[in-house]
Design a protein around this ligand. Structure first.
Ligand SMILES: Cc1ncc(C[n+]2csc(CCOP(=O)(O)OP(=O)(O)O)c2C)c(N)n1
Ligand code: SF4
Ligand SMILES: [Mg+2]
Length: 269
């Protein structure tokens, strides 16, 4: 007789009463297709923000000020109130909203072209004034929406559509560490840099986003989280290589660090 290696059992039918939902869309996101390219981490940053808004219980008070850039339609993807600013002017618009509606939870979502190039003035003066808003700054080192032109954050030597031989710092200047600069201002309560290149870093990014909103909820001043993000389309590499590009090339230039954490946020880290 052959050894019995398989004992047939009754087919497994899931008991629906026993099933537990382990993954769902946060209430703060709409059921919508996004226009982001495959491998772009803008969408994951959206999800992190939405999870934080849900967990803080502020969805119905939240207002996003969307940028000009690839995230121009961000207000379509969040299930919250939202508006659209002219290129780079999101911190000015957020200033007005928060001052007129102080009970609202107001945040800007801005790319590096939006925040560190055309909108440099607006973010600096929002920080100088210590506006009680939250800023999510998505740095992918290029102007993604318009075809991958060189941005102030582009790495030295990096090839872009307007620096085909690589960024030459003697001609085009050095990469701009704007978050470190903003952290020096007394009106800034929280300023950190995080990254999207791994699950562990994504988790840290979510925690930082939560603290940046906590700074606003506690009335401590402006909170900014810079997030290193992919642009596989304009970098001309596939999505896995884009994650490696952040880790191997961006992080050494843009260290993941806490540049300022207000005393009242420290015990919550
Ligand atoms: C006043 C004005 N100047 C220039 C543009 C063209 N423009 C649109 S998006 C963009 C850059 C966006 O880059 P970034 O903020 O880094 O966002 P990303 O697309 O990379 O996420 C530029 C220059 C514009 N729309 N309006
Ligand atoms: S162009 Fe770049 S930043 Fe824009 S959606 Fe595509 S991958 Fe993302
Ligand atoms: Mg960009």
């Amino acid at each position: 007789m052959l050894p019995q290696i398989f004992t047939p059992t009754a087919p497994v039918t899931p008991d629906l009463a026993e099933m537990r939902l382990v993954f769902d869309r946060p209430e703060s996101l709409r059921d919508a297709y996004t226009h982001y390219c495959p491998g772009c981490t803008h969408g994951i940053v959206h999800r992190l923000i939405a999870e934080v808004l849900d967990e803080l219980g502020v969805r119905e008070r939240a207002i996003i000020v969307a940028p000009v850039g690839c995230a121009v339609f961000a207000y379509e993807y969040f299930n919250i109130d939202g508006t659209e600013a002219a290129h780079g002017r999101a911190p000015a618009m957020a200033t007005g909203l928060k001052r007129v509606l102080p009970d609202k939870v107001v945040f800007t979502y801005q790319g590096d072209g939006d925040l560190a190039s055309i909108g440099t003035n607006e973010i600096i003066h929002a920080c100088v004034r210590g506006e009680n808003i939250t800023v999510i700054f998505v740095n992918n080192g290029v102007y993604g929406m318009t075809g991958g032109q060189m941005a102030p954050t582009t790495l030295a030597g990096q090839v872009t559509s307007t620096s085909p031989f690589g960024r030459d710092v003697r001609l085009q200047g050095h990469p701009f560490h704007i978050t470190e600069m903003l952290a020096t201002m007394p009106g800034v309560a929280y300023a950190v840099r995080r990254s999207m290149h791994s699950v562990a870093e994504i988790r840290k990014t979510k925690k930082a986003i939560e603290l940046a909103f906590q700074a606003q909820l506690k009335g401590l001043g402006l909170g900014i989280v810079e997030v290193l993000s992919t642009c596989p389309t304009n970098w001309g590499i596939d999505p896995p290589k884009a994650l490696d590009f952040i880790k191997d090339h961006m992080v050494p230039v843009y260290p993941l660090d806490d540049f300022k954490v207000h005393e009242e946020l420290r015990q919550r880290k």
